[in-house]
Design a protein around this ligand. Structure first.
Ligand code: FAD
Ligand code: NAD
Length: 474
């Protein structure tokens, strides 16, 4: 029986990063993964690289170029007529990016001496893991033993009874990355991160997109002022976002999907060419042998862990989407690194309240820390400063003037409590706020930091100045 210092189960951004860090720290490391690409080959990278972050951003970038050429190039004096989109080529480009990156991880595994075990793992207890091969050869199950086990089995799309996913007419996020032509009418259930990102992709390419959201509020987890502004801008772009709209049935007849939706107290029927179900994700922990191994799962299937990702069983840890906290790739990776370092005797820490969020619509939504409504609800005294991109020289030069940045600081200590941004490239801009918060910075620290001119980051600078009423350009 193979014996390792560490066996990692799952090679998404939680698991593969944990495996690399364990190997860097001198541990004999194996990583088991069950992912098989549509071509039938095992692939590393998990949801993020195969059907998540990377492919969705590839399509967002392609569709952004298309929209820019069709609708904004003329503003710059560039005349383009008859631009067309070859969807097959766009999807093939996306697939190539995915293949390059997943093969890159296989290269990193080789470089770091990590043993890639291809198959589905099940915990047997007593620090043993059974592996059922995903490839046809070898056919037998094998068992490996380890001194430490890291569960990083990730998550899968959540489903709802009214809309059964067939991956042809009714698809989940994976199917929505592979449409071979632009749907004429596209329905989306869920105005969350996936609904907005993938809805944006297909709208830019010409779909008429309707998004049904069960809740009365749009993006309730984001700062309300940002969410309100974003809803307005997305509406102008043509995303038809219907709140308080709960899908009751979805049925396929011929090549069409008919959806019955309860909007407020009335029922509406709509017909689409395709329907995306994007109602959240659930932890992928069924069948991993948690019970046999004495690992506790909560009522929703998340592995129960402490602040350092330890499970109830000594030597067994869990990270990423399979445990509490935001279901984000960078959160999964940071936990993977921290667990590896914990095993090596170090004292790492992941601050779950300092994880940035980005929604890759255009403009992008990005934030870190507390929202204004949460501070109000907690009775916390704070000061706010904000700055619109309309008044930014760089944003004007780019022709990207929608949105604003808001900085929230503690009224007494001036500590940064939250930064919220809606605007061009805010996915990059937010990194400065994350760093400032990581260093326990104050809004005055950002205000005193020299920002290159002209940059979009000056909007963050101005918003920080605004906390103390010193904004210069409005
Ligand atoms: P996963 O990436 O889900 O990986 C888990 C791996 O474990 C998989 O390879 C799976 O096959 C394997 N596995 C499961 N069970 C077993 C088993 N029993 N034996 C062996 N292997 C097993 N997050 C962001 O931060 N930014 C984004 O832009 C972003 N975009 C996204 C877009 C989409 C369309 C989707 C669906 C998700 C997106 N996410 C994004 C979320 C992100 O993909 C996840 O948070 C991240 O992948 C979680 O990493 P993980 O390592 O915990 O799990
Ligand atoms: P989500 O939780 O962001 O949004 C799901 C939405 O569906 C919610 O607004 C919910 O109220 C709504 N909903 C649920 N049931 C419904 C129903 N029956 N009818 C209508 N609406 C309903 O989930 P998601 O968009 O599926 O994404 C899953 C997770 O993947 C995200 O939470 C995030 O963690 C991760 N992700 C991150 C990124 C990113 O970081 N940019 C991108 C994509 C996915």
């Amino acid at each position: 029986m193979q014996n390792d210092d560490v066996v990692v189960i799952g090679a998404g951004p939680g698991g593969y990063v944990a495996a690399i860090r364990c190997a860097q720290l001198g541990m004999k490391t194996a990583c088991v993964d069950a992912w098989v690409s549509p071509g039938g080959k095992p692939a590393l990278g998990g949801t993020c690289l195969n059907v998540g972050c990377i492919p969705s951003k590839a399509l967002l970038d392609s569709s952004h170029h298309f929209e820019h050429i069709n609708h904004h190039a003329a503003d710059h004096g560039i005349a383009v007529t008859g631009a067309t989109m070859d969807v097959g080529k766009m999807v093939a480009r996306k697939n190539k990016i995915v293949a390059t990156l997943t093969q890159g991880i296989a290269g990193l595994f080789r470089k770091n001496g990590i043993d890639w075990l291809q198959g589905r793992a099940r915990l047997l207890g007593e620090m043993r893991v059974e592996i059922e091969p995903t490839a046809k050869q070898p056919a037998q199950k094998t068992v490996v033993a380890a001194r430490h086990i890291i569960i990083a089995t990730g998550s899968v799309p959540a489903t709802i009874p009214p809309a059964r996913v067939d991956q042809t007419h009714i698809v989940d996020s994976t199917g929505a990355l592979d449409f071979q032509q632009v749907p004429g009418r596209l329905g989306v259930i869920g105005a969350g991160v996936i609904g907005l990102e993938l809805g944006s992709v297909w709208r830019r390419l010409g779909s008429e997109v309707v998004i049904f959201e069960a809740l009365p509020d749009f993006l309730p987890g984001a700062d309300h002022q940002i969410a309100r502004e974003a809803l307005k801008v997305f509406g102008k772009q043509g995303l038809d976002i219907r709140l308080n709209a709960k899908v009751k049935t979805a049925s396929v007849a011929g090549d069409a999907v008919t959806v019955e939706v309860g909007v407020d107290s009335a029922n509406e029927r709509e017909t689409f060419d395709r329907l995306i179900v994007a109602v959240g994700r659930r932890p992928n922990t069924a069948g991993i042998g948690a019970q046999e191994a004495g690992i506790e799962l909560d009522e929703r299937g998340f592995v129960v862990v402490d602040a350092d990702c330890r499970t109830r069983v000594d030597g067994v840890y869990a990270v990423g989407d399979a445990v509490r906290g935001p279901m984000l790739a960078h959160k999964a990776s940071e936990e993977g690194i921290a667990v590896a370092e914990l095993i090596a005797g170090q004292k790492p820490h992941v601050a779950l309240d300092r994880i940035p969020w980005v929604i890759y619509t255009w403009p992008e939504i990005a934030w870190i820390g507390a929202t204004e409504q949460a501070l109000k609800a907690a009775g916390r005294e704070y000061r706010a400063g904000s700055f619109p991109f309309m008044a930014s020289g760089r944003a004007r030069a780019m022709g990207e003037t929608d949105g604003f940045v808001k900085v929230l600081g503690d009224a007494r200590t001036d500590a940064i409590l939250g930064v919220h941004a809606f605007g061009p490239n805010t996915s990059e801009l937010i990194a400065e706020a994350v760093l400032a918060m990581e260093f326990d910075g104050s809004t005055e620290d950002i205000a005193r930091t020299v920002h290159a001119h002209p940059t979009l980051a000056e909007a963050l600078h101005e918003a920080a100045l605004g906390v103390d009423g010193r904004t210069l350009h409005i």
